[in-house]
Ligand binder design. Structure first.
Ligand code: AHR
Length: 495
């Protein structure tokens, strides 16, 4: 393969990388909560009933925000079922995933976990089968000083101080016919506006995330967003965007180019935000909240058959999935000016980087790109020019073999580079303008024995990163070569 030249200029910043793009998502679905994060009977449980092996690995990902409790689950969830003395909480039929919900993990368990993990909580309210008033009362339970019905209820459960939850999603995927309580855009917007206004009556400091299009596959794509944004007006702080990508076609080069579809989706969602802002002459710009994203296509088991914690969508991830995950994060970093929050869906067992089996824990391939990038996330996104060979794809036309993003942080430069080639090493040159010396600090390389390589319980990991130092530099230029199907996270100092 011919050499690719990656050109950056440390002054050409796009915007600060919002740490909240390294968020996660915990839904009451399958074994995400019960048997995943929360398993009081496990020998691995801490004093709060949470699995220490899961938590210690999540700590390595350093997730910033955590979305909860759904997902489709939230559209049938009534938060009062999940508070108060555990033995008095009802077990209820869970409609989104046809499961049984014991409610032994709820608002207080989640919010105290957030405090221990230093996660910023991001709560979704039920606008499917719930009411704006129920949403308002939940904000009161979480955020109001004692002295009102719901905040006194919280205090009676042992928590006097408000939790001060700042981020609230106004429902979930309400554009989808699969959603409990799905309604046309105008009706959802009316519900969401009423909820936002009532919720802000309790706590004017909250930010709201309104449901945008949950997939480009729906006929209402973008038109839904326009209607919702126009009706919500200043009540919408963020527009929710979701995307799951797949390799159902069994075409690895095409799949590895999925990032181009993400770039496009970001542009399209942002275009609607700017269109509505322009038409309404509003000073307020809604930013994007990519609050569900991942690879998901191998396990579509979504029927819990009335069980507690059934095995649902326990996707097994391989090397090519990990490279696509790196590509998602590259897309978010490149559009740091518009993507302000993003949540990997999900965190354990359900389409997740971690899988539990009994007392064992498997670290899946997609764990690694998230960890490698999260560790280098501080700073501002840089404009990157990639000049190198391309290949042809059906969906996205000509696509560069190398997918790149860059972050600058006070004399430090971090580069994230995916080599999408399945069979060729990629020689590359990094050329930084307006500096005299680019000095290599360190790097990690993620690759594996093949696109379909997976890590497995009880076996040594085959998809995991290793330290990489095969980088030479001279003046403001560094050179290296990436193996096929690999991802590099590299750091340099600039002088
Ligand atoms: O993350 C799994 C499901 O995917 C979520 O519940 C839903 O919002 C999306 O369709």
């Amino acid at each position: 393969m011919q050499r690719t030249v990656i050109r950056v200029h440390p002054g050409m910043t796009i915007g600060p990388v919002d740490p909240r793009i390294f968020g996660g998502f915990l839904e009451h679905m399958g074994r995400a909560v019960y048997g995943g994060i929360f398993e009081p009977d496990s020998p691995l449980a801490d004093a709060f009933g949470c699995r220490t092996d899961v938590l210690s690995h999540l700590e390595q990902l350093d997730m910033s925000v955590m979305r909860y409790p759904g997902g489709n689950f939230v559209s049938g969830y009534h938060w009062r079922d999940g508070v108060g003395p555990v033995e008095q909480r009802p077990t209820v039929r869970e409609l989104a995933w046809n499961s049984l919900e014991p409610n032994t993990f709820g608002t207080d368990e989640f919010l105290s976990l957030c405090e221990r993990m230093a996660w910023t909580p991001m709560m979704a309210v039920n606008l499917g089968t719930g009411t704006p008033e129920e949403a308002r009362e939940w904000v009161e339970y979480c955020n109001a000083p004692i002295g009102t019905t719901s905040s006194d209820l919280r205090a009676s459960h042992g928590r006097t101080d408000p939790y001060r939850v700042g981020l609230w999603c106004l429902g979930n995927e309400m554009d989808g016919p699969w959603q409990l309580g799905h309604v046309p855009a105008e009706e959802y917007a009316a519900r969401a506006k009423a909820a936002a206004q009532l919720m802000r009556e309790v706590d004017p400091a909250i930010s709201t995330v309104v449901c945008g299009s949950s997939t480009p596959d729906l006929a209402s794509y973008l038109e839904w967003d326009r209607v919702v944004l126009e009706q919500l007006g200043e009540d919408a702080d963020f527009l929710s965007v979701h995307r799951y990508v797949n390799n159902l076609g069994g075409d690895t080069p095409e799949f590895l180019a999925s990032g181009r579809q993400i770039d496009r989706q970001i542009e399209e969602a942002d275009a609607v935000c700017r269109f509505v802002q322009g038409r309404t002459r509003s000073r307020k710009r809604p930013y994007l909240c990519f609050d569900e994203w991942n690879v998901w296509y191998k396990d579509f088991e979504m029927d819990g058959h009335g069980a507690v914690a059934p095995h649902l969508i326990e996707e097994v991830y391989n090397l090519e999935d990990a490279l696509v995950v790196a590509g998602f994060l590259n897309s978010f970093i490149r559009r740091a000016d518009v993507v302000r929050i993003a949540n990997l869906a999900q965190i354990v067992n359900v389409i997740a980087p971690l899988l539990t089996r009994g007392d064992d824990l498997l670290v899946q391939s997609i764990f690694h790109p998230f960890q490698m990038m999260s560790a280098r996330r501080r700073g501002s996104s840089l404009r990157v020019v990639v000049d190198g060979p391309t290949y042809s794809t059906r969906e996205s036309g000509e696509v560069p073999f190398l997918d790149v993003s860059a972050i600058v942080d006070d004399g430090l430069l971090h580069l994230f580079i995916v080599n999408r080639s399945t069979d060729h090493p990629a020689p590359l040159e990094i050329d930084v303008a307006a500096i005299s010396a680019l000095t290599f600090v360190d790097a990690e390389l993620l690759t594996g024995p093949g696109a379909k390589a997976v890590n497995d319980f009880g076996a040594p990991p085959v998809v995991s990163p290793h330290a990489f130092d095969d980088v030479t530099s001279s003046g403001a230029i560094a050179r290296t070569e990436l193996p096929p199907l690999s991802f590099l996270a590299a750091s340099f100092t600039m002088a």
